[in-house]
Each structure stands twice: as C-alpha cells, then as structure tokens.
Design a protein around this ligand. Sequence first.
Ligand code: SAM
Ligand code: ZN
Length: 289
Amino acid sequence: MHADGRPPLPDRVVRALRCSVCAAGLDLLERTLRCPSGHTFDLARQGYVNLLHAKIPAGTADTTDMVAARVEFLGAGHYAPLTELVAERAAALTGDHGLTVDAGAGTGHYLAHVLDATGTDGLALDVSAAALRRAARAHPRIGAAVWNLWEPWPVASGVAGLVLNVFAPRNGPEFHRVLAPGGALLVVSPGPGHLAELAGLVDLLEVDGDKQRRLDATLGEGFARTGHAEREFTMTLTPADVRRAIGMGPNAHHLHRGERLARLDEVREPIEVTAAFRVSEYRAVEPGR
Ligand SMILES: C[S@@+](CC[C@H](N)C(=O)[O-])C[C@H]1O[C@@H](n2cnc3c(N)ncnc32)[C@H](O)[C@@H]1O
Ligand SMILES: [Zn+2]
C-alpha cells in the first residue's frame, strides 16, 4: 500500500499484466507480482516492476542523464502544444474508462496528461528503469513495467482501449494484439524540420521526419488510419535548454565526438528552434478487411 492507502499498482494494470516466463495471469501480494506457477516479480522501491528476464542490448535504454534532461526539458513546457494536442485527441478517441498502454513511455509525461484527460488507468512500458522511476510517480493511476518492446509483451490480449506511442519503437503486431477490437492507436513522430536548427548547429544525425506512408506501413494490416495532424511551432531555447534538447535524444550517445561539445559551448544566447510533430490516429481492424 501507498501511505494514502492506494495499492502500489492500479488493479486494472495488474489484471492486464502477464507472467513474462509462462504467460499466466498475475496476483499482487504486498509488493510482489506472482503467477500460479510461482514466478515472482518484485516491485522496485520507486514503484515500477521489472518483468525482463533477458539482458537488453547496451545503448537501447535511455540513461539517467538522458532522463534528467528530458524531465527538465518537458517540465519547462517547451512541448506543451504537443502535450495538449495528444491529451485532447486521446480523450476524443477513448470511449470508456479502460486501460491506456504507453509503449515507450519514458518518464510518463504524455501518459500522465492522457490519464487526466481520459479518466483511464495507464500501463507504462519502457526498457529504461531510469525513466520508469519517474513514470511510476508521474500519476497515481500509472503502473510501470520494464520491458523490451521488440519482444512479445507481457500483457493480455484485448485489454487496452488506447495505445500511445510517442517517439518510441513501434511494434505493430503487439499494438494490435493488446488493443480491444475497435481500440485506438495514437502515434507521435517527428515532422519534417524538427529541431533542424540544432542538427545544423552541432552537425548531428539529420532529423528526418517520419514519412506518413512509411509509418502506416510499419504498423501492418491491422490498422486503419482515422486521422492525422501536423503541428509546427517555434521554441525560444536558452543555452541550457539546447543542451537538454540534445541530451535527451538519441544523439546524446555521440556528443563527445569531435568538436560538438565545444560548439555547443558557443551558444550563449537564446535561439529560435523549430518543433515539428506528426500525430497519427488509427483504429484496430481485422486484417484483410
Ligand atoms: C525518445 S524517448 C520517448 C519517451 C517518451 N515517450 C517521451 O516522449 O517523453 C524513447 C523511449 O523509448 C525507450 N525505448 C527504446 N527502445 C526500447 C525498446 N526496445 N523497448 C522498450 N523501450 C524502448 C527508451 O528507453 C525511451 O524512454
Ligand atoms: Zn509464470
């Protein structure tokens, strides 16, 4: 129990989770999830549960530094127009007060806003324990589980009314399997020109906007696109914000190379940076229909 009497994981999340060894249902006893065959998974002190039994490749999960940069950057409200749009669309797409699964939830920033807008419970899946420490505390109705999205998920079929996927790996067949029939999928990906000024500044990997056709194709046959929106706005970023924007993304791993850090130090004034996003909506359909 939490100090306020809440269970440490929402009931609906416990009922949705499956044992990652034998796929049976799980019960929560005190702070341990247990299946009928006796496989157990302890909740971490910070409230998330690790269901992984295999090592994941180095460099896959967000590190503590990346997580700290993201918490500060998102907390400063630079992506607020996107956060509001995601919450608004989630509310429009979610019919009942069921379960929202956030695939690659990170710190739980978007999921927390979606839960407020929809009244649903939330399951945050991510391979980064550092990120899920934050996600587990981001909202009282979030349950957070460490998992590799490329493996079959330890989640029952048909339990989710909404799957959320924000700048994270997309496993179309698993999105489809965990969604209830007619359930909705909301995918956020970078649009053309996203953070372009930063890519030029420190010569980082070009941020290539996801092409809509490519995005639709990666999801497979089980989804019909029902809507999409593009949002572009200009952010005024301080030198510290610029470092965070770079430090929270995949380029963080390559920053120490060459002159990049030195060139970042030359940014001494706030600069204008483009944010560009694509928000795509889908319904789960029977493949072949
Ligand atoms: C760019 S972050 C986005 C996080 C969050 N959705 C947000 O927008 O704030 C990508 C997230 O995907 C996670 N991730 C990357 N590969 C993964 C995998 N194979 N399985 C689960 N999570 C993964 C990372 O740990 C990271 O939290
Ligand atoms: Zn088991």
